[in-house]
Design a protein around this ligand. Structure first.
Ligand code: SIN
Length: 523
């Protein structure tokens, strides 16, 4: 059995490690840069989507996922995600996750752009915490070697294949297989629901190693983060709108129907843009979410975590409107993989938010995030253990990203990256801003990083931010979460995904492939 290194400890990394162990892989090292429980998973509120209700089916779930993704989803990957949702949720229950129940069955909530109520939740709005605790507890109980507070600085690629990781501390860990499950990059933006660890490390590692990335221009903004002090914004779950809460402007007007007939239950990108437009139109710093119509005690019962947060901020959701505004939430692009989590580099796999399987297209359906970590974490393990996904990887043909060397380049301050991304690569974009961002971020990305973890994280943010700005600048249309004021509608010529590789970091002799149907690598 191979030696396996898993980088990251959210739902995808933990479940990949557990699933690999259960398939007989014993030599597993799980590396995480903070504590085992410190990923974004524990902050997930709404829940996990799975067609378990009597009126639901995986086909309906797949149709909603494809529709939210605005014609850019990979059909095969969506089929895998939605078909395997129910069995993987059953695995979570076996591992001790206690989903909320109603009338003797798992309780299913409604969320935006879902045709039926299909979002399972635990502890009301504490689904991520329940899952993270169960999985971290299992990893410890199995005796998987965990290296916490350990920062992976680079992947070791030799002979065109991934052979392990190089740590910032200087030592190298060899492996037959490396799984990148390092989460997202919300720290790219001035306002985000993501914790401080979300610095795009997995995508940056893959880019520097010469792996293909995909869909990197699509970053999801959650419509309703609690509008408190700038920085890390507390999420007010989509499930609150699914439960009937209404968005209002300063005059108390329910404004969403002006922007989309589905109003509060329109897809996430549509609601986020509607809110921004309303804020701009009236010069508002935020709008408000009105849950005062809920029956007495209902908000605290159904959303205890959000209720406690609001009350700490002096807002009683039963009586007062909750101030909300959009914040960066989820990286939909990432390291290109096939449906077994295999990247374009043999020996290198990716899953969860770090990966781009094609399940999200241009806009992720609510509560498909925990699900993607679970389903593809399991599939990666199956492939690593040799049970499936063997043989040739057919990857797409990438375009080169050219990161010039600039002697004037200086490392960026994190705050500057976050401000630039928020302003120019945010919810509403245009060619001028994207051009400005790609130029500035290219200089920051080309600069040599400092030696501390924080400096390395900032360099990772600069690299990923630059790739996003570049991809967004090239995509001359609006689709899903990528909205350009200078190209405000979808365009037929752009009904295709973008794939990129950073040739300057490629191992010798492979560079990027030319025209053709795609390069094949043995895995
Ligand atoms: C939420 O609870 O609104 C977030 C869930 C998700 O990101 O899908």
């Amino acid at each position: 059995m191979p030696r396996l290194i898993v980088v990251g400890s959210g739902i995808a990394g933990l479940f990949a490690a557990i699933s690999a162990y259960r398939r007989g892989v014993r030599d597993i090292v799980l590396v995480t840069k903070a504590a085992l429980e410190d990923g974004a998973t524990r902050y997930a509120q709404g829940g996990i989507a799975a067609a378990v209700g009597v009126e639901d089916s995986w086909e309906l779930h797949a149709a909603d996922t494809m529709s939210a993704g605005v014609e850019l989803c990979d059909r095969e990957a969506v089929g895998v995600l939605t078909r395997e949702a129910a069995p993987r949720v059953a695995d979570l229950i076996d591992l001790g996750v206690r989903f909320d129940r109603e009338y003797g069955r798992p309780a299913c909530a409604r969320e935006a752009a879902h045709g039926v109520a299909r979002v399972l939740h635990a502890g009301g709005d504490a689904t991520g915490r329940h899952i993270e605790e169960a999985l971290a507890g299992t990893v410890r109980a199995l005796g998987v070697e965990v290296r916490d507070a350990t920062f992976v600085d680079n992947l070791i690629v030799e002979g065109g294949a991934c052979r392990g990781v190089r740590l910032l501390a200087g030592d190298e860990l060899e492996a037959d297989t490396v799984v990148l499950a390092a989460g997202g990059a919300g720290q790219l933006y001035a306002s985000t629901t993501n914790p401080s660890v979300a610095t795009g490390d997995g995508v940056a590692l893959a880019l520097r190693a010469g792996a293909i990335v995909a869909d990197i221009e699509f970053f999801q903004f959650h419509p309703t983060a609690f509008a408190g002090p700038v920085g890390w914004h507390f999420l007010v779950s989509e499930a609150v709108r699914g439960h009937g809460a209404v968005l209002r402007n300063h005059g108390g007007e329910a404004f969403m129907a002006q922007y989309d007939p589905r109003a509060e239950l329109a897809p996430r990108d549509v609601v986020a843009r509607g809110i921004v437009r309303e804020m701009v139109r009236h010069g508002l710093a935020n709008v408000w979410l009105d849950a005062t119509g809920f029956p007495h005690g209902e908000f605290a019962r159904r959303f205890p975590t959000i209720d406690a947060h609001c009350r700490r901020q002096g807002c009683d959701p039963e009586r007062a409107l909750i101030p909300v505004s959009p914040a960066a939430h989820y990286m939909m692009g990432g390291v290109w993989t096939d449906v077994w989590g295999r990247t374009s580099i043999p020996g290198l796999y990716a899953c969860g938010e770090t990966a781009a399987t094609g399940v999200h297209g241009a806009n992720r359906l609510a509560s498909n995030s925990l699900l993607e970590g679970l389903v593809f974490g399991s599939r990666v393990a199956e492939a690593v253990a040799g049970a499936s996904g063997v043989g040739v990887v057919r990857h797409p043909e990438p375009e080169p990203l050219t990161l010039g060397r600039d002697s004037r380049a200086v490392p960026a301050a994190r705050a500057s990256i976050r401000a630039r991304m928020w302003q120019d690569v945010g919810i509403l974009r245009d060619g001028e801003g994207l051009k400005r961002a790609r130029g500035t971020l290219a200089r920051w990305a080309a600069a040599p990083p400092g030696d501390e973890v924080e400096a390395r994280e900032t360099a990772n943010l600069a690299l990923v931010g630059w790739a996003m700005a570049e991809a967004a600048w090239r995509r001359q249309e609006s689709r899903g979460a990528h909205h350009r004021l200078d190209f405000p509608t979808p365009r037929e010529a752009w009904r295709r995904r973008q794939f990129f590789v950073l040739p300057s970091y490629e191992p010798p002799a492979t560079v990027f492939c030319g025209a053709g149907s795609g390069r094949q690598v043995e895995s």
